[in-house]
Structures are given as C-alpha cells and as structure tokens.
Design a protein around this ligand. Structure first.
Ligand code: FES
Length: 102
C-alpha cells in the first residue's frame, strides 16, 4: 500500500528554480522547486538513467544533466520524445516537511 513518507524538512528544499536529489526508502528522487511550487520526480532519467536531481531548471522544466532532455514537472512529459515520461509522484508539504506518496 502506498503512503506518504518524509523526504526532507521545508528548510532543506532546493531554492527556487533549482532541483535537488534525495534518497527515500532506497529510491532516488528529484525534488524540483519551480515557480514557487514543488514537484517530485523519479531521480533516474527515463532516457539513459542520468541523475535528474543533479540537473537544472530551464523554462519551468527539469533538464537532465546528461543529454539535456527536459521534463514537465507536473506530467513528466519529455519535450524531446513524446513516448518518454519521467515518473512524477504525488507530494505535499505537511507539518513543515515535504512528503511523497510512494
Ligand atoms: S540520461 Fe537524461 S537525457 Fe540522457
């Protein structure tokens, strides 16, 4: 059964228009702070496994550091390949902590 688990405290979130990498329950996650909202994506790029959490934010999208594929933080859709999607997880801020549904 999936449940919300803690990623980090609000004070540990990446600053606006940056991403960060976190490991929760053995999963690598990419936390993106974009335009005042937070999105949580699978930290492993669906292209060739690059570290999305070490990427950058550009034009409101998460850009992988390996080959520059970019992903919509809400849907995970890739701009470069319509058949490719990064997994996006439901998340919420509660009691000063970012939590993700795994
Ligand atoms: S591994 Fe991410 S763009 Fe290639």
């Amino acid at each position: 059964m999936s449940q919300f688990v803690r990623i980090c405290s609000v004070s540990e979130l990446p600053v606006t228009d940056e991403v960060g990498e976190f490991t929760v329950e053995g999963r690598t996650l990419c936390v993106a702070h974009i335009g005042g909202s937070i999105a949580v994506l699978d930290g492993t790029c669906p292209h060739e496994g690059g570290p999305l959490g070490e990427g950058i934010v550009e034009d409101g999208r998460v850009v992988c550091p390996c080959h520059g594929y970019s992903f919509d933080p809400r849907t995970g859709a890739s701009e470069q390949d319509s058949s490719m999607k990064a997994e996006v997880f439901e998340s919420k801020v509660e009691h000063g902590e970012l939590r993700v549904k795994l």
